[in-house]
Design a protein around this ligand. Structure first.
Ligand code: AOF
Ligand code: ZN
Length: 341
C-alpha cells in the first residue's frame, strides 16, 4: 500500500479509525479495528468488524494477504483477539497459525470467553504479544465504551443528546423547541442515533414534537428501537409507530434504574436519551448518563426549559464535570461530546 514506516501509535490510531466504521452495525459486539504492518513496518492492510455476526476485524484485515506477506508481520488490533468460537472462528487461533511475528492489542476483552485467553493462545504459539501502553489508551476505551460497560457492569450504556441554546435552554417556556440547532447539527444527530440500539424520549416530547426517532441516512440501514417514558397508551398514529415495526416501540415507566435494567434484560445494549427537559434532568440527577452529546446553537432563548433544571449543587467541587471532551463545529453550532463517568 505505502512504503512509509508506520509507528505503533500511528498504526493504533488507524485501527481506532477503522473500528468506528462499524459503529452502526456491530452492536452488541464491540467496534474493533485492525492494521497489519509487514516485516519492514509498512502498512499492508486494514480492516474492521463491519456487522454483528460477520467476520471479526482481524479476519477482514487478513483478507487478500498472502502467506508471504505475513512473514514477520505485526498485527495491531484495538481489542484482544478472541479465543473462542462464537458466530465466527477464533481470531487468536487464526493468527496463531500464521507466520506473523507480533500482535499488539489495545485492551483486554472483558468477555469471559476471551479475557486473557486470546493473549495466551498467541503467546503459546510463540508469537510476541503485548498489550498497548501508549497515549491512545483513553481513545481505545472510548471506541468500545458501550461493550466495556455491558460486560464490566452488566448494564445498558446510556448516552444523552441535547440541542441547546447558548444560554442552556432546550425549549421556550411554552414548549417550543423546533429548531434550536441548524441542519448540519441535525444531520450529525442522525449519525449519533446510528451508534445506539435505541432512542428514548419522555411523554411530552412524543406528544408535542411527534418525532420519528429513526435513522435517516442513505448509507445506513438500521432499525433502532424507540423507547417512550410514559404509563399512557400512545396513539398508533404517532410517527414513531409509522417508521418501524410496532414491536420496536416500547413504553416504559417507573424507577429509571429499573427501566434501564428491563431494557438490558430485553437485549438492548445502548440507548440515546433525546429529551425533553424533565427526562434529561432526571437521568442526570440520578447519575445514569455515561456520555453526553451537546449541540449548542448561537441563540439566546431566555427563560425556558433547561436540561439541568432539577439539578442543584451547594458548591462547584461536587458539580459533575465533563471528562474527555471532544469539540467540533457543525454550521453555526458547536458540538461537544464528553463522558460523565
Ligand atoms: C475480535 N475481533 O472484531 C470482535 C471481537 O459471536 P462472535 O463470533 O461475533 O463473537 C463476539 C465476541 O467476540 C464479542 O463478545 C467479543 O468478545 C469479541 N469481539 N473480537 O477478536 C473483533 N468484534
Ligand atoms: Zn475474533
Amino acid at each position: 500500500m505505502d512504503e512509509q514506516i508506520v509507528t505503533l501509535d500511528q498504526a493504533m490510531q488507524m485501527a481506532i479509525d477503522e473500528a468506528y466504521k462499524g459503529a452502526a452495525q456491530v452492536s452488541p459486539n464491540p467496534k474493533v479495528g485492525c492494521v497489519i504492518l509487514n516485516s519492514k513496518g509498512q502498512l499492508i492492510s486494514k480492516g474492521h468488524h463491519k456487522k454483528f455476526g460477520g467476520p471479526h476485524a482481524e479476519i477482514e484485515a487478513l483478507q487478500n494477504l498472502k502467506h508471504e506477506d505475513l512473514i514477520e508481520a505485526h498485527v495491531i488490533v484495538t481489542l484482544e483477539p478472541c479465543a473462542h468460537q462464537g458466530k465466527t472462528p477464533s481470531c487468536a487461533k487464526k493468527l496463531a497459525s500464521l507466520p506473523i511475528k507480533k500482535v499488539t492489542y489495545g485492551l483486554m476483552d472483558p468477555n469471559p470467553l476471551v479475557a486473557g485467553q486470546g493473549h495466551q493462545i498467541l503467546s503459546d504459539a510463540g508469537i510476541e504479544v503485548e498489550i498497548y501502553r501508549g497515549d491512545l489508551t483513553e481513545a481505545l476505551e472510548n471506541v468500545c465504551e458501550e461493550f466495556l460497560v455491558n460486560f464490566r457492569e452488566k448494564r445498558i450504556f446510556v448516552a444523552m443528546k441535547v440541542a441547546q441554546s447558548i444560554d442552556g435552554q432546550v425549549a421556550l417556556s411554552n414548549g417550543v423547541s423546533q429548531w434550536i440547532t441548524g441542519p448540519e447539527s441535525r444531520m450529525h444527530v442522525q449519525k449519533i442515533r446510528s451508534y445506539y440500539d435505541a432512542v428514548l424520549v419522555g411523554y411530552e416530547t412524543i406528544i408535542k414534537d411527534n418525532p420519528s426517532l429513526n435513522i435517516r441516512l442513505a448509507d445506513i440501514n438500521k432499525e433502532n428501537w424507540a423507547v417512550i417514558l410514559t404509563n399512557q397508551k400512545l396513539s398508533e398514529d404517532l410517527k414513531v409507530f409509522q417508521v418501524r415495526p410496532h414491536e420496536k416501540v416500547l413504553t416504559v415507566s417507573g424507577d429509571l434504574k429499573l427501566v434501564l435494567q428491563s431494557l438490558y434484560d430485553k437485549g438492548l445494549r445502548s440507548i440515546l436519551v433525546e429529551g425533553g427537559a424533565f427526562t434529561f434532568s432526571e437521568f442526570l440527577r440520578q447519575g445514569l448518563v455515561d456520555r453526553m452529546h451537546v449541540f449548542t446553537a448561537p441563540v439566546i432563548m431566555g427563560q425556558g426549559k433547561s436540561w439541568s433544571q432539577s439539578l442543584s449543587y451547594p458548591n462547584l467541587e461536587i458539580a459533575p464535570r465533563a471528562k474527555k471532551i471532544d469539540t467540533q463545529v457543525f454550521g453555526p453550532d458547536i458540538y461537544t461530546s464528553f463522558k460523565l463517568k
